[in-house]
Design a protein around this ligand. Structure first.
Ligand code: FAQ
Length: 325
């Protein structure tokens, strides 16, 4: 490329960037075929794929209880919830593919540990009350994080999130209803609910991401309107919403420093164990290995199905071509 051509190219991309920024400022949606800065594309692939992986890995802790649900009604609701999570993963993978990355590449990133998934799914589900706590707290936190994403700047992500949020709302109620029943049941049932709250509370706060001071992506993602609220703001919103719900059903949030702050109009809360969070994110949580083994095992175990589907499609295509001739 000559010097003159290089200058023209640089000018062209500067003007495209200015137009792009103006569209973001006007709250216009960016669509797959629109010009976008390479960093915008890569950041969206990172966040959307991690979100998709979280949905798929997130099926595992609850999948563990489908065969042991205490009644047919509970089983049906849990089964539907876990299926919804598979659906969320699929919409999000599809939305991600519009940015020019293939499904195989995305899976490869998950299976080799290159892509992250939410820390929360690396904790074990040891009692039935954990199904209640996950719906109430994990889906509760997910809704708070995801409602603002319905307004995110990338069209396919924003549209996927509208449906996801409607379904998450059913999940949250499904979980809270389990907690209401257990908390109002026998002393053993109430103890089981309290124990689940004790174990899931802090990981649910961590799930919303590192503090704003530690968050490396927030500033840029807010500028692009990918993120509409910061991690700390979402965490505070989650706490303020959830504490009265715990009080309503007679459970105690496991935080001795939790206190209503009249001046701020929200709760003060204790220190989060960020060492634990980073340990889990780096692969050293209680179930990281188990989760990855399950995903890689499913991928390898399903290879013959993918091969058979491809062979069938090729056979059908070659028959069609023969007829045309
Ligand atoms: N776990 O600079 P930031 C669900 C990483 S879906 C692991 O603050 P960002 C439904 C982060 O990736 C749950 N890693 O990053 C369900 C980055 O590392 P990187 C998932 C985490 O992107 C319910 C580094 O730390 N939801 O629950 C976590 O601005 C029940 C620095 O962090 C979504 O994915 C974490 N918790 O903010 C399913 C929502 N937090 O990428 C089944 C969309 C941070 O440079 C059952 N995502 N990291 O290597 C988001 O809103 C954002 O990506 C955040 C993180 C808020 C998660």
């Amino acid at each position: 490329m000559s010097e003159e051509q290089k200058n023209m190219e640089a000018e062209r991309s500067l003007s495209l960037e200015a137009q792009f920024e103006a569209r973001i400022a006007r709250d216009e949606k960016i669509e797959p075929k629109d010009w976008m800065p390479e960093k915008y594309r890569k950041t969206h692939i990172r966040q959307m794929s991690q979100h998709a992986h979280s949905e798929i890995v997130g099926m595992l802790p609850e999948g563990n209880w489908i065969t042991r649900a205490p009644s047919l009604r509970r089983k049906v609701a849990l089964l539907a919830k876990v299926q919804d999570e598979a659906g969320h993963g699929l919409y999000l993978y599809s939305a991600c593919e519009t940015l020019g990355i293939t499904r195989d590449e995305l899976y490869e990133q998950l299976h080799t540990g290159k892509a992250k998934y939410s820390s929360i799914f690396n904790y074990p589900t040891v009692t039935w009350a954990d199904m209640g706590a996950i719906g109430w707290l994990v889906d509760g936190a997910a809704i708070i994080n995801q409602v603002p994403l319905c307004n995110t700047s990338y069209g396919p992500y924003a549209r996927a999130m509208i449906r996801v949020c409607k379904e998450e709302s059913f999940h949250q109620r499904q979980g809270f209803e389990i907690m209401i029943k257990l908390a109002g049941g026998s002393p053993e049932q109430k103890e089981m609910a309290q124990d689940a709250l004790n174990r899931w509370w802090w990981p649910s706060l961590m799930m919303l991401g590192p503090t704003d001071a530690e968050s490396v992506h927030t500033e840029q993602s807010m500028k692009w309107k990918l993120k509409r609220k910061s991690n700390d703001d979402l965490r505070q919103q989650f706490i303020d919403q959830t504490v009265p719900q715990a009080e309503l059903i007679g459970l105690t949030i496991p935080d001795a420093d939790l206190k209503w702050n009249e001046e701020r109009g929200s709760y003060d809360f204790g220190d989060i164990n960020w060492d634990e969070f980073w340990q889990v994110v780096k692969g050293h949580g209680p179930c990281n290995k188990e989760r990855m083994n399950a995903r890689v095992g499913a991928w390898e175990g399903g290879e013959w199905v993918r091969d058979a589907a491809m062979a069938y499609a090729e056979k059908k295509e070659s028959r069609k071509n023969k007829k045309v001739v």
